[in-house]
Design a protein around this ligand. Structure first.
Ligand SMILES: [Zn+2]
Length: 838
C-alpha cells in the first residue's frame, strides 16, 4: 500500500488535470470499441460531457428517452411518479431480436421459479440483470455513470456487445431516487467554480439540511425494499417481481477517503436465510470487477464494512428472492473534485469507476449466465422442498385497516394470501372474516414470507449495518398465529380490497366512533377541522350488547355547526374517506358511563408544528411529516430551527421535537418553548429529546448511566465491542395500561415497540405514571447484548409531565419508524389529541 500510494496520487491528479483541460468521452469509454455515429452522445442532449456538471434528473430523463427513441436496442417504460411528480422510468436494453420476443422471454424466465422448471433449457435462455443507480441522491456518480452506460449499450458496435445483448435483458434504472438526485445536482452545480476548488471546506461539499440523500419525505429509500411504502420502491418492486432478475446492482457512494467497495460484504453478517451459494456467486462476480479495476488502476476492497443482513436494502432484498444483489460503494467527490487521503478525487474519476463496475457486472452476467440461471431455478426448487405445510394467519378484530395494510405489502410482493373461511380462535386470539388473512407457507415465495414473519433472537454476529429485526405482524401490532392448518383458508385473494364498512345510520342524538382503527385519527381530524364538537370517552361503556372501549369518540348532534341531516351527510363522507365505521345511536342511557357524563371530555382541533432543520434527524422528522400528510391528511407546519426565534408559537396546540443532535435550539428558543408549554401547549419529544428535556428542566427524568466496562477486550476489538452494545433496531415488548389516554385504541395489554436507542428511563414510583413499561423479558425479535437487555427490562419508553397549563411528553422509541411501523403510530396521535387528558 505504502509503495503504491504515490503512484495512485499521480494517477488521481492526472485524472483531475485531464478533467479541467479536456474531458472527453475517451476518458470513460473502452478504447477498443467503435460506436454507432447515429446514436446521440450524452453531450448532444444534455449539453456537456458527463462529469463536467452534475446531471439534473430532467436532463437525464431527456437523454434516456432520446436513446429509447433512436435505438432499436432500448425501450422505455414509465412506471409512475415520485412524490414530486418526476417520472419513474425504466429502460429495457437488449438485442433487437430479443425485443421482438420480449414477452415470451419474460414468461420463460419466470417459469424458472415455478414448478416443473426442471424441463426448461437454460442453455439458450438470456439472463436478466437489473442495474440501478444513486438510490441516495447525493451519491451522484451512479446516475451520472448511467449516462455513459446507456450510451455504451445503445451505441457500441461489434461482436462482443452483440453477444452480450443477445444473452442479456438489462432492466436499466438510471435514477433510483429522482427527487433526491435533482435536489443534490442543484446544490453541487450552484456552488461549482470555474476554477474547480477541491478544498473540502468549500460550501460545494457541505450540503444544507436535509441534503439530497433522501426522497421527498426524507426517507432513506434503501431501507424500503421489503416494507415497500414509498412510490419509488413500489415501482421497483413491481419491476422486480415482473422480471425476477438474476442480478441486481445498487450503485452508491461512501466517504471521500475510501476507494471502491463491491460485495460480498462481511461473511458472518449474511442473513441465515440466504443460501451460501448466493455469496459464492457474488464472490465469483467480484472477480470480474477486480479484473476491470486492476486494468484501470483503481483501488477497491471487498468483504469488509458492509453486510447482507436486512432484506429491506437493494443489495440484500434480491438474495431472499433467488437473485443476487450487489452493492457498489464509490468514495465520493461530493461536488466536482475534493482533496482526500488519496490525493484529489475528481467527479469524473468516480463516474468512470461506476461505469466500469456496470460493465464488469454485465461481463460476469454474460459469462456466468447458465450457472446463475440454474442457481435461480434451484433456489425455488429447494425452497419448495423445504417449505412446511400450514399457514400464518394475521388480523385484528377491531383494526381492520392495519391488517389490510400488511396484506397490501404481501400483495406487492406477489405473495399468495387468502381470506379466512370462517371466523375462528387460535391461542385466545379471534380472527374475523373482514379483518384477517391467511398466508400459506408452502408457496413460491415461501422464503420471503419466512423472512417477513419470523422472530429471530439468535445471531452469529453481534454487529449490524442496519436493523436486526422487522417482524411485520409485530410492526403492525396484529394478532397472529404462526402455525394454523390450511383448512382455515378461504378463497385466494386476487385483488385485495379495503375492509368493508357499513353506511352511517342517521341519528338525531349522537354518533360514536371506536378509536381502534388505524385511520380513526384521520376521521377525528376531519370532524374537528370542520368545527364540529367531539368528545373522547375516558371510560368504556356498552349499549345493546355492543362494547365501547376507552377512547371512543362521541359526536353529539345538538348544538353543532351543521344541521342534523347535513351532519349525517358529512359524517358519511368522513367514514368513506377514512374507511372507518361511524355509528348513529339514539339514546344516552348507556351502561357504564352515560353519554352525558363528564367522563366524556371535549376535544380541540389539533394545530401541529414539527421542528425541522439543522440539528434534527431528517429521517425521524420526515417520517412524522409523511405520517400526517400522507396517512392522516393532517396539516403539519414544518418549523425551521433557523427561524424558531421569530415564529409565533401561539398558533399551535402541539409541537413535536424529533430526535436531534447537538443543540438544535438555543437558550432563548428554549425559554420561548417553555413559556408556550406553560401557556397550555403540548410538547412531544422523541428519542434524544429525553436528554434535552432532562438537561433543560422540561421534565424530571432518571436516565440510566452507561456503566459498561470492557474486560479482556483488545484495542483491535474495541470497535466491535462498542458496536455490539448499540441497539441498531430491534423489537421489544411493553405492558400497557389501557385506561391511560396514551394507549387509547389498543386492544391488547401488550404492545411491541421498535427501538434504536440506548436511552433507558427508570419507571416512576407511582405505577399509574407508567402507562407503557417494558416487561421483565422484553426482547421479541432482533439483537441486543445481554447487559443491554438487563438495562431495558422494566424501564419506560414513555413519560408525561404537566408543566403549567401544558404538557411535556416523551417517547424514547421511534413510534413512526420508516413508515411501516403502523402499530405504534396511534401513540403519537393519542399524544396529539388526548395530551390534555393525561
Ligand atoms: Zn448510499
Amino acid at each position: 500500500m505504502q509503495r503504491l500510494l504515490p503512484l495512485l496520487i499521480f494517477f488521481l491528479c492526472f485524472s483531475a488535470f485531464t478533467q479541467q483541460e479536456e474531458l472527453s468521452l475517451d476518458y470513460y469509454l473502452p478504447q477498443d470499441v467503435s460506436y454507432n455515429e447515429e446514436i446521440p452522445k450524452p453531450q448532444d442532449i444534455i449539453g456537456y460531457i458527463p462529469g463536467e456538471w452534475h446531471v439534473t434528473h430532467d436532463l437525464l430523463l431527456n437523454y434516456m428517452r432520446e436513446l429509447a427513441r433512436v435505438s432499436p436496442r432500448i425501450e422505455v417504460e414509465n412506471r409512475g411518479k415520485t412524490y414530486e411528480g418526476r417520472p419513474l422510468i425504466l429502460l429495457i436494453i437488449t438485442s433487437e431480436e430479443n425485443h421482438n420476443n420480449l414477452e415470451e422471454i419474460r414468461e420463460n424466465h419466470l417459469a424458472l421459479t415455478r414448478e416443473n422448471a426442471s424441463s426448461l433449457n437454460t442453455e439458450e435462455m438470456p439472463i436478466v440483470v437489473n442495474q440501478g443507480f444513486s438510490i441516495h441522491g447525493n451519491e451522484a456518480s451512479g446516475s451520472n455513470a448511467a449516462l455513459l452506460a446507456a450510451y455504451h449499450l445503445a451505441a457500441a458496435e461489434g461482436e462482443e456487445v452483440q453477444e452480450l445483448l443477445d444473452n442479456t435483458i438489462i432492466l436499466f434504472d438510471p435514477a433510483f431516487n429522482p427527487d433526491g438526485l435533482q435536489r443534490f445536482s442543484y446544490w453541487a452545480n450552484t456552488h461549482k467554480s470555474e476554477n474547480i476548488n477541491p478544498d473540502p471546506q468549500d460550501r460545494e461539499y457541505d450540503e444544507v439540511w436535509p441534503g439530497g440523500r433522501t426522497n421527498h419525505y426524507w426517507f432513506d429509500m434503501n431501507r424500503d425494499w421489503l416494507p415497500v411504502q414509498l412510490p419509488e420502491s413500489q415501482a421497483r418492486i413491481e419491476t422486480f417481481h415482473k422480471w425476477m432478475p438474476n442480478i441486481l446492482t445498487d450503485h452508491h457512494e461512501m466517504g471521500s477517503n475510501s476507494s471502491f467497495f463491491f460485495q460480498p460484504g462481511i461473511p458472518s453478517r449474511t442473513h441465515p436465510l440466504t443460501p451460501d451459494i448466493n455469496q459464492e456467486l457474488t464472490k465469483e462476480i467480484g472477480t470480474y470487477h477486480a479484473a476491470a479495476f486492476d486494468e484501470l488502476g483503481s483501488f477497491y476492497y471487498t468483504e469488509e464494512n458492509y453486510d447482507d443482513f436486512y432484506y429491506g436494502k437493494g443489495s440484500t432484498f434480491p438474495d431472499i428472492n433467488g437473485s443476487i444483489g450487489i452493492l457498489f460503494e464509490q468514495g465520493s467527490s461530493r461536488g466536482h473534485a475534493q482533496e482526500t487521503d488519496n490525493g484529489i478525487l475528481t467527479f469524473p474519476f468516480t463516474i468512470r469507476n461506476q461505469f466500469t463496475a456496470a460493465l464488469s457486472t454485465l461481463e460476469a452476467a454474460k459469462n456466468m449466465r447458465e450457472k446463475i440461471l440454474n442457481y435461480q431455478r434451484n433456489f425455488y426448487k429447494n425452497a419448495r422442498n423445504s417449505a412446511e405445510n400450514g399457514a400464518y394467519v394475521f388480523g385484528s378484530e377491531k383494526d381492520a385497516s392495519s391488517a389490510y395494510e400488511l396484506a397490501k405489502i404481501l400483495e406487492k410482493h406477489k405473495i399468495e394470501i387468502h381470506k379466512i373461511k370462517e371466523n375462528f380462535e387460535s391461542d385466545g386470539k379471534n380472527f374475523k372474516k373482514n379483518s384477517a388473512y391467511v398466508v400459506p407457507k408452502n408457496q413460491r415465495q415461501h422464503r420471503l414470507v419466512k423472512a417477513m414473519f419470523e422472530r429471530r433472537t439468535e445471531f452469529e454476529d453481534s454487529l449490524f449495518y442496519d436493523i436486526s429485526a422487522w417482524t411485520l405482524p409485530l410492526a403492525f401490532n396484529l394478532d397472529y398465529a404462526e402455525d394454523v392448518k390450511m383448512n382455515k383458508a378461504g378463497e385466494k385473494i386476487k385483488n385485495l380490497e379495503k375492509p368493508e364498512i357499513d353506511q352511517v345510520e342517521i341519528s338525531n342524538y349522537a354518533y360514536v366512533m371506536h378509536w381502534h382503527d388505524f385511520y380513526s385519527p384521520k376521521a377525528l381530524n376531519m370532524i374537528l377541522e370542520k368545527g364540529l364538537r367531539a368528545k373522547v370517552g375516558m371510560q368504556p361503556f356498552s349499549l345493546e350488547n355492543k362494547e365501547y372501549d376507552y377512547g371512543t369518540i362521541l359526536i353529539p348532534v345538538q348544538n353543532q355547526e351543521l344541521e342534523a341531516d347535513k351532519m349525517h351527510q358529512f359524517l358519511q363522507e368522513v367514514s368513506q374517506k377514512s374507511n372507518v365505521q361511524i355509528e348513529g345511536i339514539n339514546t344516552g342511557l348507556t351502561q357504564g358511563v352515560n353519554l352525558g357524563s363528564n367522563q366524556f371530555r371535549a376535544l380541540q382541533p389539533a394545530k401541529v408544528a414539527l421542528i425541522v432543520g439543522e440539528g434534527i434527524t431528517p429521517y425521524d422528522a420526515g417520517e412524522i411529516w409523511h405520517l400526517f400528510d400522507q396517512r392522516y391528511d393532517m396539516k403539519i407546519t414544518k418549523l425551521d430551527t433557523r427561524n424558531f426565534s421569530r415564529a409565533d408559537l401561539s398558533r399551535y396546540t402541539d409541537i413535536i421535537l424529533p430526535n436531534s443532535w447537538g443543540s438544535a435550539l438555543d437558550d432563548s428558543d428554549i425559554d420561548k418553548l417553555k413559556e408556550w408549554v406553560r401557556d397550555g401547549g403540548t410538547l412531544i419529544g422523541y428519542r434524544n429529546a429525553a436528554r434535552f428535556f432532562e438537561k433543560e428542566d422540561f421534565m424530571d427524568l432518571e436516565i440510566k448511566k452507561d456503566s459498561l466496562v470492557a474486560e479482556n477486550i483488545s484495542f483491535e476489538e474495541q470497535r466491535d465491542f462498542r458496536g455490539a452494545q448499540g441497539i441498531g433496531g430491534a423489537i421489544f415488548e411493553a405492558n400497557i395500561d389501557r385506561s391511560h389516554p396514551a394507549n387509547f385504541g389498543y386492544t391488547n395489554d401488550k404492545l411491541p415497540l421498535f427501538r434504536n436507542t440506548t436511552i433507558f428511563v427508570e419507571a416512576d414510583k407511582q405505577s399509574y405514571n407508567n402507562p407503557i413499561q417494558y416487561t421483565e423479558e422484553p426482547l421479541l425479535s432482533g439483537y441486543i447484548s445481554a447487559p443491554r437487555l438487563d438495562s431495558i427490562a422494566g424501564t419506560v419508553p414513555f413519560k408525561h409531565t404537566g408543566m403549567g397549563r401544558g404538557n411535556v411528553i416523551l417517547f424514547t422509541d421511534n413510534t413512526n419508524f420508516r413508515a411501516f411501523w403502523f402499530g405504534t403510530n396511534k401513540l403519537l396521535m393519542n399524544a396529539i389529541f388526548f395530551g390534555d387528558e393525561m
